[in-house]
Design a protein around this ligand. Structure first.
Ligand code: FAD
Ligand code: NAP
Length: 338
């Protein structure tokens, strides 16, 4: 296996931040992972696993062994009358995997069309969009411990999925390299179009009969109309999570800001639209040097060209402070900071 030294990560992160990795290896077999993990020379180095780099902000050079996941392969491992189990290698591109499932008429992932990145990172933050999260179809994943090389299977319960959360983003951060994810998908379709924008887009498209393809296309159309394409302008999607607050806090906020955008989560908590909070601070489209807040979606921070990771991070801190000052609400960063 080839190890590169002090190699630039600029083309490996969608923010386009120019930092370097002390050691960098592309892994495309399970054997090569074991080999590199057990190589004495790298044993004392920290490890950083990289998929598509679409949920990462680099703020400094990476003093670690970066493992770029390139494991490939999709396999149907079980089938009954109603469902299939599909095992997908972690280095497959997420959107291509979703398209593969739709082509086979396996339902469950269509609302998650066009999310950048690789399949291996999807459990990391339980990726979600348009009313669906991967935990809804997740069956199990396989992973390798990044120091010992031990292989382990995690079921849904063990992944401790939450809202843009999992055990891999918290307790087990950087400890396991996910090598494959298995999904349980539906052969008899159950469409989820409750998320308002999907229904509106299906109307615009003049769809008379729902299918996995039309729902996916509606999602693709909406996303293309409002989200910046990382190939054109550096970004990592939503920089912050939508904060959850108690009903009491929500009611106080509603008294002071009658048009606040919020969604009930259960009987006692509300999810606030972080994009709305940022917009109300007058920060939608705000720009400081080469770092900015996207013009169409205030949750997305962008690199206009040569911003450093620290400039983007500082902008995110300014946003956190502004929202706290105006609403008394703490935002939390969703993007992984290194
Ligand atoms: P990376 O950025 O490479 O890695 C993210 C984290 O996961 C890092 O901590 C990394 O170390 C770790 N990691 C990566 N691969 C592995 C592995 N195999 N094993 C263990 N750890 C690993 N996210 C959503 O949830 N919903 C959206 O709708 C959405 N839309 C987006 C739109 C845009 C335009 C962009 C740029 C991003 C969007 N994202 C969204 C965020 C991002 O695409 C997802 O979080 C995606 O799953 C990240 O995948 P990646 O392969 O790029 O991960
Ligand atoms: P949007 O439709 O403008 O909605 C704004 C926010 O309100 C979203 O964050 C969403 O929360 C929430 N929301 C809207 N309708 C809802 C409903 N019916 N029930 C519950 N919550 C509702 O959002 P957008 O920015 O265009 O994004 C659309 C979808 O793609 C969202 O699900 C969003 O999470 C996802 N997305 C994620 C990223 C990322 O990087 N994480 C980037 C782009 C888009 P939720 O976020 O909880 O769904």
């Amino acid at each position: 296996m080839t190890i590169l030294y002090n190699t630039s990560l600029k083309s490996y992160n969608t923010f386009g931040i120019d930092v370097s990795a002390k050691y960098f290896a592309t892994i495309d077999t399970l054997i090569s992972i074991q080999e590199i993990i057990r190589t004495k020379e790298y044993q004392s180095n920290e490890r950083l696993i990289l998929g598509g780099g679409s949920n990462i902000l680099f703020t400094k050079n990476v003093d670690a062994l970066v493992l770029k996941n390139n494991l490939k392969g999709i396999e149907l491992i079980h089938e009954n009358e109603d469902t299939v189990l599909v095992k997908c290698a972690a280095g497959e591109v997420w959107h291509q995997f979703v398209m593969w499932c739709i082509d086979k008429n396996y339902g469950g992932l269509e609302n998650l069309s066009l999310i950048p990145g690789c399949v291996g990172a999807s459990p990391m933050q339980n990726i979600g969009a348009y009313g669906v999260e991967i935990k809804d179809t997740f069956y199990e994943l396989e992973a390798i411990h990044t120091s010992t090389g031990e292989t382990r299977t995690f079921n849904k319960f063990e992944c401790e999925f939450g809202y843009r959360e999992s055990i891999f983003k918290r307790k087990l951060k950087n400890q396991y390299l996910i090598t494959s994810v298995t999904f349980q998908l539906l052969k008899k379709q159950h469409y989820n179009i409750e998320y308002g924008a999907i229904k509106q887009e299906l109307d615009v498209m003049n769809v008379s009969e729902l299918s996995l393809k039309t729902i996916s296309q509606a999602v693709i159309n909406i996303r293309n109309s409002k989200l910046p394409n990382p190939n054109e302008i550096g970004n990592a999607g939503s920089f912050f999570k939508n904060p959850e607050v108690s009903q009491k806090i929500y009611e106080t906020l509603k008294t002071n800001f009658s048009n606040i955008v919020a969604y009930p989560l259960d009987n006692s908590n509300y999810k606030l639209a972080a994009g709305w909070l940022i917009e109300q601070c007058g920060l939608k489209g705000f720009r400081k040097g080469e770092a900015g807040v996207h013009q169409k979606q205030a949750l997305v921070l962008v690199n206009y060209g040569s911003a450093t990771g620290n400039e983007i991070y500082d902008l995110s801190s300014y946003i956190l402070e502004s929202v706290k000052l105006k609403f008394g609400v703490d935002l939390e960063r969703e993007v992984n900071i290194f």
